[in-house]
Design a protein around this ligand. Structure first.
Ligand code: PEP
Length: 252
């Protein structure tokens, strides 16, 4: 039985006072929940604040991206070891908002995944298709291409040490979530693909759905057998809404 995971992707939002209120609220709410894991991924300048406020609580924290280099002349980048120094458990890799601006090829994302594992981080690896790819019936092939780039770097056992997130780009920040049936079909397909390589890894792998998960659609999404939780963007900007999603996951 896989434990559900709910992750807040705060993107480029927040401020010191706003983060303080959000983190305190999530910690308080999470103290009543026993069945799920929860994490908050913050912009890099707020990692120290997350470490101070979330250490020794049921809430983990993480970065939203990292360099594929250990150190060196990469102005503006953040090394995996730096995330570790600030106590991160997780790091988001391959988010579409990074892929779509050309910052991240499939191979570079696979390399980042490998570096994250080496540093002792748990990568949350995002896959998902654009609207035109969706309309062209390419959902499966795009997700498999992106996933195979990770398998090429770390093998299927390595993949299962991370978390996979299916995030259709047309559903991100649009308020138009995938239907639970669509999300379940793709997640089952992805798990099936991993099972062809290694059944134990497939059974173990946590796969999240992300894309306009809200308090009012979380229950039907989390009821699906292959959805092991959510990556939550906009709804993580409102403490009560994010906590409602956590409670729904805990009850699922
Ligand atoms: C995301 O960007 O990871 C995301 C899921 O965003 P939203 O929930 O706003 O669609």
């Amino acid at each position: 039985m896989r434990r559900k995971l709910v992750v807040a992707n705060r993107k480029m939002n927040g401020s010191i006072p706003d983060n303080r209120a959000f983190m305190a609220g999530v910690v308080q709410g999470m103290r009543e929940l026993r069945k799920i894991d929860c994490a908050i991924c913050v912009p890099h300048p707020y990692l120290y604040q997350a470490q101070v406020l979330l250490a020794d609580t049921p809430v983990a924290w993480g970065g939203q991206n990292m360099s594929r280099h250990e150190f060196g002349p990469y102005t503006g980048s953040v090394a995996p070891g730096m995330l570790v120094e600030f106590g991160c458990k997780y790091v988001i890799i391959g988010h579409s908002e990074r892929r779509e601006r050309g910052y991240e090829s499939d191979d570079a994302a696979g390399e980042r995944f490998e570096m994250a594992l080496k540093a002792g981080l748990t990568p949350i690896f995002c896959v998902g298709e654009t609207l035109s790819e969706f309309e062209a019936g390419m959902t499966d092939s795009v997700a498999i291409r992106q996933l195979n780039a990770v398998v090429d770097h770390v093998g299927v056992r390595g993949l299962a040490k991370g978390v996979l997130a299916y995030e259709p780009i047309w559903a991100i920040g649009t308020g138009k979530s995938a239907t639970p049936e669509h999300a379940q079909t793709i997640l089952a397909f992805l798990r099936g693909h991993v099972a062809l390589l290694d059944e134990t890894a497939a059974e173990r792998l946590r796969i999240l759905y992300g894309g306009s998960v809200k308090a009012d659609n979380a229950a039907e999404l989390f009821a699906m057998p292959d959805i092991d939780g959510g990556l939550i963007g906009s709804a993580s900007l409102v403490t009560e809404e994010f906590l409602t999603i956590c409670r729904v996951a805990d009850a699922a």
